[in-house]
Design a protein around this ligand. Structure first.
Ligand SMILES: Nc1ncnc2c1ncn2[C@@H]1O[C@H](COP(=O)(O)OP(=O)(O)OP(=O)(O)O)[C@@H](O)[C@H]1O
Length: 376
């Protein structure tokens, strides 16, 4: 398979999810997305395809093109170059960090840089050891196996993975009850790239079998500006530099959000027949409830609940999640990391606590009694 084939597949908004990742092999027939020119991408007649092609084209295809994450890039580069020099498969790699920071993109780059085929799957798609055995036993020598949301894989599959990662071998149980026997099956050497938003949930034996763990950090604004500067022409969009800076500042340190907001600004300029300038950014992002520091509706809801209903905290994760009507996992993995990063929230053993900056951002002095959500 050519390296390009690895990058031919996109799904929906560019987000991969469990339902479409059941051990799917990427092959040449799925290549057409990324082969379109930037001009094709803006052709209104093939708009659906163009959006998919845009998503595909957006993903950097080499470590050199990948913006930010300097440390991780250097570490990965070393690991991959050494493996190439010794003509062996690179060690297993764990990518940890909040959604949208580039874990899937990096997994693709690991395959691309070594001209290796890539197989994509996800934790929720591996609910039995048999699901994993089917994927592992069909891997080609040197193949990169990407498992997104690896912390959501079934426990029985996890145990099978230990042996597979260490010895490139699995034991298959044949028969049932007293007559059951285990038959060893040799696997082709492969590189596992696992991605997780919740590294803490991975059992130690699994974590220890990765040769390298990368912790992805939120991006600085100037890095997101670089992401957007590269993305705008791919979208056929001519946009002011200060408009890009404004979008970068409201993207919660996350490339996926930056790209998404850019599309909404593109829509706004298109529909209103105007330029994609600073005014269009302000109008579009106000429409989509993105505030000047990038907080979205759910971020604000979480902060408001902590400040008003719980007097600034401490409040437990589950109580907080129920109060905002979201899954605890979403609050913990999607909302909190950014609020912690901008210094609005601290996690203590007794629960989540709002910081003085959060009180002042929402125009409150601590503590205030008798507030309602409407006061904020
Ligand atoms: N460093 C980067 N430079 C340029 N674009 C990036 C970078 N990181 C991510 N992107 C873009 O952001 C989008 C999201 O990236 P990606 O799907 O790799 O994130 P993720 O961490 O795997 O998210 P999730 O955990 O939700 O699957 C993609 O369109 C990708 O092209």
């Amino acid at each position: 398979m050519s390296p390009e084939a690895v990058f031919g597949r996109t799904s929906g908004d560019g987000d991969l999810n469990g339902s479409d990742l059941n051990g799917s092999e990427l092959n040449g027939s799925e290549l057409n997305d990324s082969e379109q020119s930037a001009e094709d991408l803006t052709n209104p007649i093939i708009l659906g395809d163009a959006e998919l092609a845009y998503e595909g084209a957006l993903r950097p295809q080499s470590l050199a093109e990948f913006v930010g994450q300097e440390k991780v890039r250097g570490q990965l580069q070393l690991l991959l170059t050494a493996a190439t020099m010794q003509q062996r498969t690179p060690d297993h790699i764990l990518l940890a960090g909040p959604p949208g920071l580039g874990k899937t993109t990096l997994a693709m780059i690991v395959a691309y840089e070594g001209s290796r085929p890539l197989r994509m799957s996800s934790g929720p798609a591996i609910q039995h050891a048999g699901d994993l055995a089917a994927v592992l036993s069909s891997l080609m020598p040197g193949e990169v196996l990407f498992i997104d949301e690896i912390h959501r894989m079934a426990r029985s599959a996890e145990e099978m993975l230990y042996l597979a990662m260490e010895d490139f071998r699995i034991d298959i149980m044949v028969g049932k009850g007293a007559g059951a026997t285990s038959v060893p099956l040799e696997l082709a050497p492969f590189t596992l790239v696992g991605a997780t938003t919740r590294a803490g949930l991975l059992p130690n034996p699994l974590r220890d079998r990765f040769g390298f763990t990368a912790h992805l950090e939120f991006y600085a604004e100037h890095e997101l500006e670089q992401v957007l500067t590269r993305a705008a022409p791919l979208l056929g969009l001519s946009i002011e530099k200060r408009a890009l800076a404004e979008i970068a500042g409201r993207s919660r340190g996350t490339p996926r959000i930056a790209n998404r907001l850019l599309r909404r600004v593109r829509d706004y300029a298109l529909v209103h027949g105007g330029e994609a300038n600073l005014e269009a950014v302000h109008a579009a992002l106000e429409l989509y409830d993105v505030d000047p520091i990038g907080l979205d509706r759910l971020d604000r809801e979480v902060m408001k609940i902590i400040l008003t209903r719980f007097g600034g905290g401490p409040v437990g994760l589950n109580t907080l999640a129920v109060s905002v009507g979201e899954e605890a996992e979403t609050v913990e993995a999607v909302v909190e990391p950014f609020l912690v990063r901008i210094g609005f929230l601290t996690r203590t053993p007794r629960g989540r606590v709002a910081t003085p900056s959060a009180w002042s951002h929402f125009g409150l002095s601590h503590p205030q009694a008798g507030l309602t959500l409407d006061d904020l």
